[in-house]
Design a protein around this ligand. Structure first.
Ligand SMILES: Nc1ncnc2c1ncn2[C@@H]1O[C@H](COP(=O)(O)OP(=O)(O)OP(=O)(O)O)[C@@H](O)[C@H]1O
Ligand SMILES: [Mg+2]
Length: 243
């Protein structure tokens, strides 16, 4: 506990947890409620665009441009809602014994082709002695996807992405190391804050979702970064074996 933290009793902690759960349920419900009308708006904008395309009046082009602006904003909102719902879902893993190397190998095969097209070389180093880990494979794929996408966005002119697994002190570690832009200390200190993003169009929920997933698996995530050199994310997951 930090030195200046005020200790709270068990019943206060329970009350806080209940309030947090209530707010999270409300926020998730609100996002769901917004999603349906938003997709109706989006669909009708598409139909409107088709109608405008058929119209032969001078104002049609200007009207079309305005419709396209509204459509773009709708897509942004849909992206934010999707990321937000993913964030709210990420705290309750459905675990099963999983071969992490296999999961990472499959992910890299699926994601790697696109990455290689944008000049990214992928170098996997997967430890042969890795035990199976009890985890939610779909959530773990989400973790890999968010980290890999960030790495790709940090290497707009290509680079190297190393993906490693290793067994250390009865815990499994996954590392993702990129040779991208890196981050200064101030940025690195904020990356796990919800809605913190330095990328135009970014929701800033990618890394908070990653951390929530990892913590729901009793694991931890650390980040080291250097401007101009690159970034390393290290995830540590307990194997459940006695140390
Ligand atoms: N590998 C990386 N290299 C450099 N900067 C990074 C890296 N990963 C994250 N960042 C920084 O951390 C910020 C937050 O990342 P996060 O994934 O949470 O959101 P985002 O990528 O901006 O948006 P989203 O993930 O929703 O598309 C990014 O905007 C970027 O500035
Ligand atoms: Mg991201």
């Amino acid at each position: 506990m930090p030195a200046d933290a005020i200790p709270i009793s068990e019943s206060e902690r329970r009350q806080l947890n209940e309030r947090y759960a209530e707010i999270a349920t409300l926020a998730g419900g609100l996002a769901h409620e917004i999603r349906n009308p938003l997709s109706t708006i989006s669909l009708n904008l598409e139909l409107l665009q088709e109608d405008l395309g058929d119209l032969e009046v001078p104002q049609a082009r200007r009207m079309m441009q305005k419709v396209q602006v509204v459509q773009r904003e709708c897509r942004n909102l849909e992206g934010i809602l999707e990321a937000f719902l993913q964030f709210t879902k990420s705290g309750s893993p459905q675990r099963e014994p999983t071969d992490l190397n296999e999961l990472i190998g499959e992910f890299l095969q699926f994601w790697g082709a696109k990455a290689r097209d944008s000049g990214i070389e992928i170098s996997p180093h997967l430890a042969a002695d890795l035990p199976k880990v009890s985890l939610d494979p779909a959530l773990m794929r989400q973790v890999l996807m968010n980290l890999a996408q960030n790495a790709q966005q940090a290497m707009p002119h290509g680079g190297l992405l190393e993906v490693q697994t290793l067994l250390k002190n009865n815990a499994v570690q996954i590392e993702m190391i990129d040779t991208g832009t890196g981050m200064d200390e101030r940025t690195r200190g904020r990356i796990f804050e919800a809605f913190f993003s330095k990328r135009p169009g970014g929701t800033g929920l990618g890394l908070p979702t990653v951390r929530k997933i990892i913590e729901a698996h009793e694991g931890s995530i650390e980040c080291e970064s250097e401007v101009g050199r690159g970034t390393r994310f290290r995830i540590t997951l307990p194997t459940g074996a006695d140390s």
